[in-house]
Design a protein around this ligand. Structure first.
Ligand SMILES: C[S@@+](CC[C@H](N)C(=O)[O-])C[C@H]1O[C@@H](n2cnc3c(N)ncnc32)[C@H](O)[C@@H]1O
Length: 192
């Protein structure tokens, strides 16, 4: 089955029931994934990183559309295993998943980035991903600072797409190119 033409309902039915229930809140809608990868996948882009890849929805859809290498980094091992299984089932050889905290990755190894509000779980317990989630404001601010510094260090022309959230993680050296989906989907490019 080709993933790129699926509706949200069809895509989410690939997940076990528990993961399917989380989709409306935590996983990227199909139309957002399509729009995001179209913006990120410009000339010269070879490697795209999804920061906090969850159950792999963005990466799997992006990988079915793009020829670039799509990597997801995710801290929850069960989600990484599920994502890898789906990538294998659909023979997506350009998609891979790393089980790690995203702060350990060298952003310089990637050309473009997708970020769906991964740190929100530290400040908002609505529809928790699992029982371990708890409020940690300090951790939230630490992550925002860290990711801003990493984005700041990337070359001019680097593109990021953010979905939801207030884009606090985006440094001032990035220009908002456009936005969509009632302002929730934002397209950024580094200027200097
Ligand atoms: C809103 S979900 C987005 C999932 C996926 N990007 C998608 O769009 O379908 C955010 C994910 O980020 C993960 N996450 C949060 N903080 C992280 C960190 N420091 N390192 C790795 N993953 C993290 C969470 O476990 C969660 O699965």
């Amino acid at each position: 089955m080709e993933l790129k033409g699926l509706t949200d309902e069809e895509f989410d039915s690939l997940y076990p029931i528990k993961m399917k229930k989380l989709s409306g809140t935590h996983w990227t809608p199909v139309d957002v994934a399509r729009k995001a990868i179209q913006f990120l996948d410009t000339d010269g882009v070879e490697a795209v990183l999804d920061l906090g890849s969850g159950a792999g929805k963005f990466c799997l859809i992006a990988g079915s559309i793009s020829k670039s290498k799509i990597t997801g980094v995710e801290q929850r091992e069960n989600l990484v295993q599920l994502s890898r299984k789906l990538a294998a089932n659909h023979q997506l050889q350009n998609v891979n998943f790393i089980h790690d905290d995203l702060q350990n990755l060298d952003f310089g190894c990637y050309d473009a980035f997708y970020f769906f509000n991964a740190f929100e779980e530290n400040i908002n317990l609505t529809d928790k991903l699992d029982k371990d989630t708890s409020i940690n404001l300090e951790l939230y601010h630490t992550y925002i600072k860290l990711i801003r510094e990493k984005f700041e260090s990337l070359p001019a022309g680097t593109r990021i797409v953010t979905y939801c959230g207030d884009a606090r993680e985006i440094p001032d050296c990035y220009r908002l190119v456009k936005s969509g989906n009632k302002g929730k989907l934002r397209y950024w490019e580094k200027e200097v």
